[in-house]
Design a protein around this ligand. Structure first.
Ligand code: ADP
Length: 448
């Protein structure tokens, strides 16, 4: 027989086996013990009868002359109910025998033999007792067991089945509900109930669904925000191209102006796509860090140099405060990008005549790199959101969308992510009108 695959059948089977096996065993043992007791009682009766017969025979022998005469008269005199006694010589010939009890010819008989010495000769005295009565009783017991045991097994099987069904019902309803949950109804949860273990299982699965739903919602928002960010520059590109191509002839100046707008839009597109790509890879765990030994001060120098011309164009001064030697193990491209994002923001949000300053310091455990600007500051209500993806403050949004440096609100999210990849932190230390300060902290090698 194949082992059933359903848990319910298995439980039923186990239950039935565990209930029936002791039952059958008990019945068999009881039966054997009872049959043994009956036989023993018969044996004792025959033995006692033979003892009485022998005693009587010896007494008779003393009173009569020949042994055979004594035997015959004892057989005549001594009577036991249902017991047949036969005496034979050692040679095997019958000397005397009681009248066979009625019905003793048929059926099994229990026989016990003894040897007795009489007048120098050995005689065999045999007592035979019919087992018919015992057998009738035993047959009745057998019939009772044959009827009762299958009945009890059946009861065990049905109650086992009902029990298994009852305990597994919550599992079935959980499975049914789980099968129904998909992306469109992620808010649904499994029913909780049906005993501690199942409550725990349902809770664990529900907690998993909570996390999945959250991740799903984040993912959906990310995609929606991302498409929104990509729409503006692509729309600009298309409109600009449409307008430019709508007339046959244009001056070179007009073409130049138009291409320059398109270049800005393309640049912005590239920036957004690059940022999205980086975040997507980081989320998927595919962003590989190419960590190598480097000096942070070189990265700080490089980044300030890179933004100098943009700063000058905007009339913002760039200053480098204290710079220390800072050996570090990290990805120079990613760390450079982090610093550029901070400096970029500082310049972007500073008014003409503003000053941006980068500085380094070191304490027992960490390097810190601060970027400060003298811009308008970030409103208190926005400060806790600046590191969120796609978050852009009011000033950022009120600007013309078309400029190549206007970000998609991903710059600080990426910067913080890069800091975390290097086991560091990036925080907004302070922001008020005239002073905004971001601080990057990275573990210094001495701290291990
Ligand atoms: P964005 O692409 O808009 O610059 P970021 O993630 O770099 O996105 O910054 C998020 C928001 O934080 C910005 O829109 C802006 O409102 C605010 N912010 C960031 N840096 C500064 C700063 N130095 N001064 C003022 N506001 C800032």
């Amino acid at each position: 027989m194949r082992w059933p695959s359903s848990l319910r059948s298995r439980l039923t089977l186990w239950y039935t086996v565990f209930v029936s096996l002791p039952l059958v065993l008990l019945a068999v043992v009881t039966y054997i013990a009872f049959a043994g007791a009956l036989q023993e009682r018969t044996d004792r009766f025959i033995a006692e009868a033979l003892t009485a017969f022998s005693r009587e025979l010896l007494a008779e022998r003393r009173a009569t002359l020949s042994a055979e005469q004594a035997i015959r008269s004892t057989i005549e005199e001594v009577r036991f109910r249902d017991l047949t006694i036969a005496v034979t010589t050692s040679g095997g010939s019958l000397v005397a025998m009681t009248e066979p009890a009625p019905g003793s010819e048929a059926g099994r008989v229990r026989t016990i033999e003894r040897t007795i010495q009489l007048g120098g000769h050995d005689y065999h005295v045999a007592g035979a007792y019919p087992m018919r009565d015992s057998e009738i009783v035993l047959a009745r017991i057998r019939r009772m067991f044959l009827f009762a045991i299958p009945l009890l097994v059946l009861v065990a099987a049905t109650s086992g089945y009902a029990l298994a069904r009852r305990s597994l019902a919550p599992v079935a309803s959980m499975a049914a509900r789980a099968a129904d949950i998909s992306a469109t109804n992620m808010h649904e949860r499994l029913p909780v109930g049906g005993g501690d273990e199942l409550v725990r299982l349902a809770s664990v699965v529900n907690a998993l669904l909570d996390r999945l739903e959250l991740a799903f919602a984040q993912q959906r928002r990310f995609v929606a925000d991302a498409s929104h960010e990509l729409r503006t520059p692509t729309a600009i590109l298309r409109t600009e191209a449409d307008v430019t191509l709508s007339r046959e002839h244009r001056s070179e100046e007009e073409y130049r102006a138009s291409v320059s707008v398109m270049k800005d839009a393309a640049q912005r597109l590239t920036r957004v796509v690059d940022d999205l790509f980086l975040l997507a890879r980081a989320d998927a765990g595919h962003l590989v860090m190419h960590a190598e030994p480097l000096y942070l001060e070189e990265l700080v120098h490089g980044a300030t140099r890179a933004v100098r011309s943009v700063a000058e164009q905007r009339g913002v001064s760039i200053a480098l405060g204290e710079v220390i030697e800072a050996p570090f193990q990290g990805d120079p491209d990613l760390l450079g990008r982090l610093l550029l994002n901070l400096l970029d923001n500082a310049i972007k949000y500073s008014p003409r005549g503003g000053a941006v300053r980068a500085a380094m310091a070191r304490d027992a455990h960490a390097y810190s790199i601060t970027v400060t600007d003298t811009g308008p500051g970030i409103p208190a209500s926005e400060q806790e959101h600046v590191f969120e993806r796609f978050f852009r403050g009011d000033i950022a949004r009120s600007r013309s969308e078309a400029t190549a440096t206007s970000g998609a609100g991903l710059g600080l999210a990426i910067a913080r992510r890069i800091a975390e990849m290097h086991h560091g932190t990036l925080v907004l230390v302070e922001s008020r009108a005239g002073h905004t300060e971001f601080r990057l902290a990275l573990p210094s090698p001495a701290s291990g």
